[in-house]
Design a protein around this ligand. Structure first.
Ligand code: ADP
Length: 272
C-alpha cells in the first residue's frame, strides 16, 4: 500500500499513485519537480505582491486618518501630495503585476508590424520630456525596419529609460542609441549613474529583486523582470554592462528581418 503520495529521489520529487489489480498492482510514478517548483514560485510571487500592495495602502489609510484631524491648509496640501504619489505607485504596481500575470498566462497578444526604431526612440524621448532630463539619441543609419510589437517594445524601453533616470543624479544625461550588430538591431540605454555591483547583476532580472543601495530610489524590483519577459516574447535579448559608480548600459537585441529596402531615419528629421 502507498502511504506517502510523494517521495524524494535525490533532488527530484516523485508523485506516486498505485492501485491493486487482480493479479498484481499498477503504480504510476510521475516526476513533479518542475510543477512543485512553479507552485512555490507562484506562491512566493503572490506573497511578495500582496506585501508590495499593502505598503502604499497602509500609507494612504494613515494619511486619510490624519487628514480628518488636520486643519492647517499647508499640512493638508502636503498630505494630499504624498497621497498622490502613493496612489501613482499603487497604479504602476497594479499595472506591472497585471502585465506579468497576463504574460505568465499567455494572455497577451503580440501584434507585430514593421517598426522604425529611430522613430520609436524619438517618441520615447518625447514621453520623458516632462522630466526635463537630457536624453541624447545616436543612430547608426543602416538599421532596417524591424518586425516587432511597437507597444510592447516601447514598454520595455520605457522601463529601461525610467531606471536610467532613477538611478543617476538629477540632471545627468541618458544616452539612447540604435545600431546594428551581427544581424540584430541593438537599442542601448546608457546612464552615468550609480551602477550595479557585479555579484548582483545575475539577479536584477528576478522578480522583486532590488540591488543593495537602490532603496534610495522608489521601486518594486519588477520592472526589469517585465522588460526581460517581454523581450523574450519578442524573440530578443537584454544584456547589461555595469560597474558601480560608472553607470550602466542596458541593450536590447532584436532579430532583423529582411524588410523593405528603406531604413530607419528615412523620414525627414523636421517631422520628429
Ligand atoms: P526597481 O523597481 O527596483 O527599479 P527593476 O526590476 O527595474 O526594479 O530593477 C531591479 C534592480 O536593478 C533595481 O532595484 C536596481 O538595484 C538595479 N538597476 C536597474 N536598473 C539600473 C540602473 N540603470 N542603474 C543602476 N541600477 C539599476
Amino acid at each position: 500500500p502507498v502511504t506517502d503520495p510523494e517521495a524524494e529521489a535525490g533532488d527530484r520529487i516523485i508523485e506516486i499513485r498505485a492501485a491493486p489489480l487482480e493479479d498484481g498492482a499498477l503504480a504510476i510514478l510521475r516526476d513533479v519537480t518542475e510543477e512543485r517548483r512553479m507552485q512555490h514560485v507562484k506562491a512566493e510571487f503572490i506573497a511578495n505582491a500582496s506585501h508590495e500592495l499593502k505598503t502604499p495602502l497602509t500609507a494612504l489609510s494613515g494619511y486619510l486618518e490624519m487628514l480628518e484631524d488636520e486643519e492647517d491648509e499647508q499640512v493638508r496640501a502636503e498630505f494630499l501630495s504624498d497621497m498622490r504619489s502613493q496612489t501613482e505607485r499603487l497604479q504602476n504596481l497594479a499595472r506591472t503585476l497585471l502585465d506579468l500575470s497576463r504574460l505568465d498566462a499567455n494572455a497577451v497578444t503580440f501584434r507585430t508590424e514593421e517598426v522604425d526604431l529611430e522613430e520609436l526612440l524619438y517618441g520615447l524621448r518625447r514621453d520623458f520630456g516632462y522630466t526635463g532630463r537630457p536624453l541624447n539619441i545616436r543612430v547608426q543609419e543602416d538599421v532596417p525596419l524591424v518586425e516587432t510589437d511597437p507597444i510592447q517594445l516601447h514598454r520595455t524601453l520605457a522601463i529601461l529609460v525610467d531606471n536610467a533616470l532613477k538611478y543617476s543624479e538629477e540632471g545627468a544625461p541618458v544616452d539612447l542609441s540604435l545600431s546594428r550588430k551581427d544581424g540584430r538591431a541593438v537599442i542601448s540605454v546608457a546612464d552615468r549613474g550609480c551602477g550595479i555591483p557585479e555579484v548582483e547583476i545575475p539577479h536584477i532580472f528576478d522578480r522583486f529583486y532590488r540591488a543593495q543601495g537602490s532603496s534610495r530610489a522608489d521601486g518594486t524590483g519588477l520592472g526589469l523582470a517585465l522588460a526581460h519577459e517581454i523581450t523574450d516574447h519578442l524573440g530578443g535579448e537584454i544584456r547589461v554592462r555595469s560597474r558601480p559608480n560608472d553607470g550602466s548600459t542596458f541593450s536590447v537585441f532584436l532579430p532583423l528581418t529582411s524588410g523593405p529596402p528603406y531604413t530607419n531615419g528615412s523620414r525627414p528629421p523636421e517631422s520628429r
